[in-house]
Structures are given as structure tokens and as C-alpha cells.
Design a protein around this ligand. Structure first.
Ligand code: NAD
Length: 326
């Protein structure tokens, strides 16, 4: 029998890092009504500047394009789904005019297509203010087997972002105006829930890549570019059944809610943008992440949250932790 941490020493009680102070208490009440996105002036997310969004034809990317249009940005939309992309392009042109919209069918896993996207944007507008690396797929791959799915999911979720960073960052560093890069990760890349090893691993790599990007940009002399790791909660999109005509589950946020939350937190300068949903409030995520890190720090088995010997301890930890944070 694997000893429980509480049997071995006192690290998991009292002053343990598993009992964090209430750093973010209050964000659970964050509601759409509290978001006054259009009221704020921000040097980057601002009228006349340029947003590039990959995976823009559906879900979060589409909602982001529509929101940026409302805020008066010029928008380049890229996706592999050409007909949906064209339809969104028409909608955007109706709102902000043809001169302010670029529709560029792009497969982010193909570097030559990403280079074409960059060239189109710089030829048209000469800058990129917001680079949103949002394209993603959820192809399933267990720890062994499903080799094709592993390649596909890494080609899009990780190498899609690597390709875009390699191509756009050098140009963005030459710009005088402030700019930002938003990479889309996932809670699955942080706490690694069982069920889709390939997707989780790709999103863990996105977290690692984006942390490195943020550090390297910070260290770069005269850099005016920041990086942000956007971690959506459960959001009703193509990835989670919206395109199959499924009704929005009560627990999920709409793509618009998730995007508005992201924008508010990018404006605040946050690096980690951990988005709640109707099922999972901020404090629950916070405790789950701390538990996951403590697997390593306390020498517990991998993914102890789902280990039968740790079930009772995890439940107690969540109960106590929430009582303290709320
Ligand atoms: N929906 C959620 O609950 C959730 C949660 C966490 C993270 N995410 C992440 O959010 C991002 C957006 O996903 P979504 O939920 O809006 O799903 P979605 O399926 O509605 O949108 C993803 C878009 O990416 C596009 N895409 C796929 N492969 C591409 C490629 N090679 N090149 C260019 N575009 C490509 C798709 O065509 C689609 O339009 C993804 O990175 C996803 O992993 C979503």
C-alpha cells in the first residue's frame, strides 16, 4: 500500500503549500456583466491596430475575431476550414469594411503557409499588435497506440504555434509599438487528467513553450512584445460539440464569455490567464493545480488525484482548501 503523505510527515498539513493563502478569492464571482471591455483603452487592444487569429473559423477564435472587430482592430483570420473562414470574413467585412479584413486560409502546421500569412499581413498593414495562436485539435491518442493522432495533435497544437512564433516574432520585434502574443493552452496541459494523453502532452508543451517565450521576450533588449498563456475553461465550441448541433451544457461558458475574460486579463498584463466556467470556479482550479505540483514535491504517485489510495485525501484537501479560500 502506498503511504499517504499525511502518514509520512507533516508537510501536507498546516503550513503545507497544499494550503495556499487566498490569493485570488473573489474571481469566482466574475460574470459577463462585470466585463467592461469596450470601456478600457489599451495600447495594443485598440482601434486601428492589427490582430491575427489562427483557428478563427470556429469557437473561441471566431468569437475573438468578432470581439476585436467591435473594438475597431484590423483583423487577419486564418484557418483550414475555408468555407467557414470565408463566411466569417464576410460578416467581419460587413462590420468593419473590406480594407480592415484579411481572410487567409492557412494550415498552421505548414510553415510555408504560415510565411504566406505573415507576408499578407505585413504587406497590407505593416504590423501585428495581437498574435493569437488559437488553432487546436483534440484528436485522441492514448499513451501507447494512436501514433497518427499523436503526430496530428502535435503538428497542430504545438508545431502550429512553433511555426507562427518562428515566422512572426522576428518581425514583431522590429516594430516600435507594443505588441502581444496569446498562446492557447489548456488545463489538461497543467493537471493532466486521464483520457487523452496526446492532447494533454501537446498542451503541456504549449505551456512550457509560452513560458520560455515570455522569458526570452522579457530578456530581449528593447523588446516591446509580451507573451500570455491563455487557458480556457470548458467552452462551448466546435471542439466540445457545438458544431455537431449539441446544446450548450449548463457547465460550459460560451466562446464570447471566455474571450471577454481573456481580454480583460490580457489588459491587466497577466501571463497566466486561467479561465473559469460555470462548473469550475477559479479556486477549484487553483487547488487542483497545487495538488498536481505537490505530486512531484511530495513524491506521490503520478496523477494521484485519480489514484484510489488518495481519493479520500484529495477530497478532504479540496473541502478544506475551498473553505479557506472562500
Ligand atoms: N473549448 C474548450 O473547452 C477548450 C478548452 C481548453 C482549450 N481549448 C483550446 O482552444 C482553442 C480553440 O478551440 P475551440 O474550442 O474554439 O475549438 P474549435 O474546434 O471550435 O476551433 C478550433 C479551430 O482551429 C482550426 N484548426 C484546426 N487545425 C488547424 C490548422 N492546422 N491550421 C489552422 N487552423 C486549424 C479548426 O478548423 C477550428 O476552426 C484550441 O487550441 C483548443 O485546444 C478549448
Amino acid at each position: 500500500m502506498i503511504p499517504l503523505p499525511s502518514d509520512r510527515n507533516s508537510r501536507s498539513t498546516g503550513t503545507s503549500p497544499l494550503r495556499p493563502p487566498p490569493i485570488y478569492a473573489g474571481t469566482a464571482s466574475y460574470k459577463l456583466d462585470n466585463m467592461h471591455v469596450a470601456d478600457h483603452l489599451h495600447p495594443v487592444i485598440n482601434a486601428g491596430r492589427v490582430a491575427v487569429i489562427t483557428g478563427a473559423a470556429s469557437g473561441i477564435g471566431r468569437a475573438a475575431a468578432l470581439e476585436f472587430a467591435k473594438l475597431g482592430l484590423k483583423i487577419a483570420i486564418a484557418d483550414v476550414q475555408e468555407s467557414k473562414l470565408t463566411a466569417l470574413g464576410k460578416e467581419l467585412i460587413g462590420q468593419i469594411g473590406e480594407a480592415n479584413v484579411l481572410v487567409v486560409p492557412t494550415d498552421v502546421s505548414k510553415i510555408d503557409q504560415v510565411v504566406k500569412l505573415r507576408d499578407r499581413v505585413y504587406e497590407a498593414w505593416g504590423e501585428v499588435a495581437v498574435l493569437m495562436n488559437n488553432a487546436g485539435i483534440g484528436a485522441k491518442g492514448p499513451s501507447w497506440g494512436g501514433l497518427d493522432a499523436w503526430h496530428k495533435v502535435f503538428d497542430v497544437n504545438l508545431f502550429g504555434i512553433v511555426n507562427v512564433q518562428q515566422t512572426f516574432v522576428p518581425s514583431m520585434l522590429h516594430q516600435e509599438n507594443q505588441a502581444l502574443i496569446i498562446n492557447t493552452g489548456s488545463k489538461q496541459g497543467i493537471t493532466n487528467p486521464p483520457g487523452n494523453a496526446a492532447y494533454n502532452a501537446s498542451k503541456a508543451a504549449v505551456k512550457s513553450l509560452t513560458e520560455s517565450l515570455a522569458h526570452e521576450l522579457r530578456e530581449q533588449p528593447d523588446s516591446n512584445v509580451t507573451a500570455h498563456l491563455f487557458v480556457p475553461g470548458w467552452t462551448y465550441t466546435g471542439l466540445t460539440g457545438a458544431n455537431a448541433g449539441k446544446e450548450k451544457p449548463a457547465g460550459a461558458w460560451t466562446a464570447e464569455e471566455t474571450v471577454l475574460y481573456m481580454l480583460d486579463h490580457v489588459r491587466s498584463g497577466d501571463f497566466y490567464i486561467l479561465v473559469p466556467d460555470n462548473d469550475t470556479k477559479r479556486e477549484v482550479d487553483q487547488l487542483r493545480i497545487m495538488w498536481s505540483a505537490a505530486d512531484i514535491a511530495e513524491g506521490r504517485p503520478a496523477l494521484s488525484r485519480w489514484h484510489p489510495n488518495y481519493k479520500a485525501l484529495f477530497e478532504e484537501y479540496m473541502r478544506d482548501g475551498l473553505a479557506q479560500l472562500e
